[in-house]
Design a protein around this ligand. Structure first.
Ligand code: ADE
Length: 229
């Protein structure tokens, strides 16, 4: 899988060197690069934003540098490019979207800032053969830009690629499955910590009972989460 992040702040992606993703890059399971959007400006000030048509507060990212930067990723063709545009008004990211994107060979993250990217950029690439556009939000809140959202999505996607996480069995026992159920609570040693005991069933050695308890606890947690939403 090839991953590219287009941004005006490439430094935001320093954590890509760390932990399991860092190792996956080192062992060529995935490749990652940042592209500095300002490299695709043509004026002395390297301007990437301008005032919004129709008025209003804030600035909007100009379409031209985005077009040039994304076109450069399309050159060479081959694999379909999945263009992910991070925006609070996109479709909410979830585990099944992570799974869909984990099958991609070529992911490009467009990390907008300010009030967002001129809407014609998404519109244009929806019509370009060889590109699939995904406008994605990671939650109902507004970030300063798409970089942190891209990191969240990259982590959720790459850990689904075979070989990226050490123990593939932990993928089977995921704490968030596709139908929105969460996992049971987990415990380790010691059996009593600050007066709090590990549920007895877990130390019983009865695997049938343990499996049943975990299923029930998972369902109970999912229900109370849904109620609080
Ligand atoms: N950019 C700003 N806020 C965002 C959000 N919630 N999700 C994705 N991208 C964003």
């Amino acid at each position: 899988m090839k991953i590219t992040a287009i941004t005006i702040f490439p430094e935001y992606f320093a954590p890509m060197k760390l932990s399991l993703i860092g190792k996956a890059i080192e062992s060529n399971l995935i490749s990652f690069k940042t592209v500095d959007l300002r490299e695709f400006t043509t004026d002395n000030h390297r301007t990437v934003d301008d005032t919004p048509y129709g008025g209003g507060a804030g600035m909007v990212m100009k379409p031209e540098p985005w077009g040039e930067a994304i076109d450069a990723e399309l050159v060479g063709g081959g694999e379909v490019l999945d263009l992910i545009i991070l925006t609070p008004s996109g479709a909410r990211f979830n585990q099944s979207k992570a799974r869909e994107l984990a099958a991609s060979k070529n992911l490009v993250f467009a990390c907008g800032r300010y009030e967002g990217i001129d809407a014609r950029v998404a519109e244009h690439y929806k019509q370009v053969a060889g590109a699939r556009v995904h406008e994605i939000s990671i939650g109902d809140y507004v970030l300063n830009g798409g970089e942190v959202a891209a990191l969240v999505i990259i982590e959720a996607i790459t850990r689904l690629i075979p070989g990226v996480i050490g123990n593939p069995e932990s993928l089977l026992e995921e704490s968030h499955n596709e139908i929105g159920e969460v996992e049971y609570p987990v415990y380790t040693k010691p059996t009593i910590w600050r007066g709090l005991e590990v549920p007895e069933v877990l130390t019983s050695g009865n695997h049938g009972e343990i499996a049943r308890w975990r299923r029930e606890e998972g369902l109970r947690r999912s229900e109370s989460l849904r109620k609080s939403e």
